[in-house]
Structure formats: C-alpha cells, structure tokens
Design a protein around this ligand. Structure first.
Ligand code: G4P
Length: 531
C-alpha cells in the first residue's frame, strides 16, 4: 500500500459537541491521557479555568495562545492518528464553533446523564445532520444520579430525530448506577474507586453477565433489572446497522464517566473502529478523493491577532487530498495567486510545532498575510477547483453598528468588509437607512465584543453599537412584489445580506409564526436557498 493511502486510513478527525459542563474538557483530557499525549490529567482543565475566568475580550486576547493550541489536538492511539477539533462553547460560542464541524469527519455528542439533550448540543447536532456525518453519543457522568437510559434514548429520538443504538448499558436501578454492560462482548464492568478523579488510567472488572460472582455483587434486584433491560433491548431495539451510522441515521450510544475514566478506553477503542476515515469532498470539478496524489485543502477558520506583538493571522486548513510538505507551492483559488506554504504549524497536546508533512484529515495552521477567507480552496498549481461553499448559519443575535466619528467612515467600511470576509460576523444592509450603518448578526455574543475590539485596535475606529431586539433571521423566497409588500412586520426589520438576498429579522418564534401565517406567498428559510 502506498504511504498516502496508509496514512489517510490511520486518520480519525472528529469534533466533540456538547452543552457547557457536560464534560467535554474532561473527556478530551482523558482521551489524551490514553493516547499518552499527557501524563497526568488536569492540565487541559487548568488551562480551561484560566481561559474562562474572564469574559472581557482583552483578557481573552491575552489567552489567545492558550485557546488556539486547543483548536485542534493530535495524538496517536493503537495505530490511529487522531485529530480532535475543539468546538468552543460557553461565552466563546460563535460561528467558528459551527464552522469547525465542516472540517470533521464525525462527531462525538456528549450528553450529561442527568440533563439529557441540551440547547447547544441541539444546535451543533443539526449542523452535523445537515452534513450527514456520523454522530456517536457518549452519555457522561454515569457515576452520578441520572435519567433512565430508555428515557434518554427516547429523548434523543424525539428531540434530534435520530435513533440510538446502545453499545453498552448502565447497570443499576433508579438512576443509581454501578457500571456498564457491554452488549457486544456480553460482559459487565463495574466501577471501582468511585470518586477517584481518575488522574491515571483505572482498572475495571469484567466477566459474563450470568457469572454468579456478578449476581452476588450486584444483588438480586439489580441483576434482574439488568437482565430484563438487555432482553428488551435485544428484542425491541434497533439492529446495529453500520450503513445507517455512516449516513447519520443511527447513533451508537455509549455510557460512561469521563471523570472517573469509566468506560472511556472502551469507548475510544470502539469509536476508532467505527469512525470514518477522511471522506471524499465535493468540489466544482466533482469528488476529490483523499488518496488522490494532488494536495488540496480548504480554510475553515481564521484566527487573528493570536500574538499581539506580531499582529498575525492564522488560517486553519483541513487537508482533503494528497500529501502536504512544508514549503510547497499551491494555488489559492479565490485570489488566483500561487502561495508558498512556508511555516505550517500543527497543534500537539500542549504546544504548537512547525511541521514538515501532513496528510488528509490533518489540520494545520498557516500564517495568513490577509488573503484567506473562510471556505477558500488551496489546490495544485495548474488546477482550478473550489470546494463547496460553506453554509450560512442562522444568526440569533443582532446589533446596529456605526462609526462614532463620521470622519472615520472609510476605515469603518474597510474594517467591516474585511472582518465579514474573515467570518467574524454576518453583515446585513438596511436599504433605506439614512446613516452609514450596518446591521450585524451573530450566533454568540462574544462575536460582538470581538468586532468592537478589533475595529478599534486594527482599524482605529470606535463604534456605536445598539443591540436590536431580534432573535430570529429568515431568508425570504417569493416574488419581489410579495416580499416588498410583506405583512405584519411592524416590529421586525427587512434587510439584505451581502449577496442582496432579502432577510427578515424577527423578535421570536412566536412572531415568526404570526408573520408566516399572514404571508402565504412567501417562504421563510432558515438558510438561503442557494447555500
Ligand atoms: P465542559 O468542558 O463540557 O464545559 O465540562 P468539564 O469537562 O469542564 O466538566 C464540567 C463539570 O463536570 C466539572 O466539574 C467536571 O469535573 C464534571 N464532570 C465531568 N465528567 C464527569 C463525570 O463523569 N462525572 C462527574 N460526576 N462529574 C464530571 P466542576 O465542578 O465544574 O469542576 P471540578 O471541580 O471537577 O474541576
């Protein structure tokens, strides 16, 4: 087998999606621990505590070096090379969080056993669903009181519209769990050392479910409950269908506890076997296969000013095909210019390093002289194709911004244009507005802070920002006359996006329904039709 195929098959590139506090940092740390990338768990956590101690952008700026190293983590395990993509949550939640999913081949959905499917998880799940990538579920915090596992399966199906296939099953009654039963191997593993924060890998007990030792250990009632559950799952549950997992219709579901390390290693091993290797990507010239000899990649994230002393911008690219070597020259399709990839950086568990080569599935950071935009394609010189456009993600928070000093108008427009191209915020225009102002939309409030800070620091423009009371944006499809005469928009606002497509900004879902009912000739779309 040639080197490129072999290296590509080893790659597993995935994101962990969850609501804040479900245990993403803890799980990531434990995965790194098993991969030998860190010796003692606790260091990722310590960095996170620093990072979230403040919401002030100045402070976030100071921590940039920290947050960027965790944008992607690479480690080896059992012959696999794993790239975990970080999906920022908390006050860092932004469009970057969604865009990161464009670079992943699969996702691990982390759920708190007591809380079930939460808001942020739902949003991230829908992006995975749209992309049709496999989602694996890890139900965390099993060492604590939690919901009934059948109830969780039902919740996943009702809320997310995906069937769940439990790979293992909690042992215990009334939400008080003592371990898990592995369905494939038909054996039980019980917690040992509950409460040990699991800073080192932990041993577990295993054996046949009918082993009298376990019956004695569990007690009659727990053992009976487990046997009944297993029978029910085998009889009434879904069959394990790998094709459905790959197409995103079925999610393999694991139970465990990241904090106590329980079930983490077996999850990692089964996940790596099932998770897809780098997949072909669609381009303007058809499918680009990862093991094609020609190098190609796309930009999915741009991070500016990571080092304030140097004002650098780093573009994160996902390699789609071919081998990457340091110093290679490629075509940046959107500018039509050749670019030498001189100082590629990769992010290992705790530091960045200059790398010499990389393969499909890998993520690298390139110094960006200001030419890259989100979704841009890099391809071999002499070729000219682009990867599919990135989707537009529906913004949920809005503000009107204008330059405080009208003399700074030019810089203001320049800054807004560049920052929009970089994907910092979405910009809308109000056609009949008298003042030079923009309406901006974001998915998280940090994006407002970033915009304000960067306009001041990079373009010397102080802005006036007024938050707008809208929570929903809908792209409008219909005849021009119908859209112009749209009814019941008294408290909403009609704007245009950067491609001049009409968009309605509306207070909330309730108002939206009201407006939808009164405008039967208009279709209200969550994302533009051609995205
Ligand atoms: P996040 O990145 O998804 O936001 O979550 P994080 O890992 O920071 O975990 C959030 C809280 O949940 C932490 O508690 C963490 O220790 C706890 N946690 C994570 N996994 C488990 C688990 O398997 N079982 C239990 N019982 N708790 C878990 P904290 O009080 O915020 O921090 P700390 O005092 O533990 O450091």
């Amino acid at each position: 087998m040639n080197e490129l195929i072999e290296e590509t098959r080893k790659r597993r590139t995935y994101a962990i999606i969850s609501h804040p506090d479900a245990g993403k940092t803890t799980l990531t740390e434990k995965l790194l621990l098993y991969g030998g990338a860190i010796r003692l768990a606790g260091s990722v956590k310590a960095r996170k505590a620093q990072k979230h101690a403040v919401s002030d952008w100045m402070e976030i700026e100071k921590q940039r070096g920290i947050s960027v190293t965790s944008s992607v983590l690479q480690f080896d395990y059992n012959g696999y090379r794993i790239n975990i993509l970080d999906t920022p949550g908390h006050q860092d939640f932004s469009e970057d969080t969604y865009r990161t999913l464009m670079a992943a081949d699969s996702a691990v959905m982390l759920i708190d056993v007591a809380k079930g499917v939460e808001e942020q998880t739902k949003k991230l799940f829908y992006v995975c669903k749209q992309r049709g990538i496999p989602v694996f579920t890890f139900v965390n915090k099993l060492d604590r009181y939690g919901k009934n596992p059948f109830e969780l399966m039902e919740e996943i199906e009702n809320v997310l519209g995906i069937r769940a296939y439990p790979m293992n099953w909690p042992v215990g009654v009334d939400g008080d769990y003592q371990g898990v039963y592995n369905r494939k191997l038909a054996r039980i593993e019980l917690f040992e050392g509950k409460g040990n924060h699991g800073s080192t890998a932990m041993a577990s007990k295993a054996g046949d479910v009918h082993d009298p030792e376990f019956k004695a250990l569990l007690g009659e009632s727990i053992h009976n409950a487990l046997c009944e559950d297993i029978e029910l799952l085998d009889m009434a549950g879904d069959q394990f269908d790998f094709a459905k997992v790959k197409s995103g219709e079925l999610t393999p579901m694991f139970f465990g506890s990241a904090m106590t390390n329980f079930g983490v290693q077996s999850f990692l091993e089964e996940f790596l076997q099932l998770a897809p290797e780098p997949a072909p990507r669609l381009s303007s010239q058809g499918e680009i296969k990862p093991d094609g000899e020609e190098f190609s990649a796309f930009v999915f994230k741009i991070q500016a000013n990571m080092n304030p002393a140097h004002r650098d911008r780093l573009a994160f690219i996902r390699i789609c095909s071919g081998k990457f070597t340091r110093g290679m020259e490629v075509l940046h399709v959107q500018s039509g210019k050749p670019i030498k990839l001189a100082q590629p950086q990769q992010f290992l568990a705790q530091e960045r390093a200059i790398i010499e080569e990389a393969y499909p599935g890998d993520i690298i950071g390139l110094f960006d002289p200001g030419v890259f935009g989100i979704g841009d394609t890099l391809c071999p010189l002499g070729r000219d194709f682009t990867f599919q456009d990135f989707p537009v993600f529906p913004p949920e928070q809005f503000a009107r911004v204008q330059a405080k000093d009208t003399m700074k108008r030019k810089q203001f427009v320049k800054g807004m244009t560049q920052l929009t191209q970089e994907g910092a915020v979405q910009v809308f225009r109000q056609p009949d507005s008298a003042v030079e102002s923009f309406v901006i939309g974001t998915v998280g409030s940090l994006q407002f802070e970033v915009l304000e800070y960067r306009l001041k620091n990079e373009y010397g423009v102080t802005i006036i920002m007024d938050r707008l009371p809208f929570g929903v944006a809908r792209w409008l499809a219909g005849s021009e006359a119908d859209i112009k005469a749209i009814k019941s928009m008294d408290s909403g606002l009609l704007v245009q996006d950067i491609k001049d497509r009409p968009v309605a900004l509306i207070n909330n879902e309730w108002s939206l329904n009201w407006i939808v009912e009164r405008n039967p000739n208009i279709r209200f779309l969550t994302v533009p039709e051609d995205s």
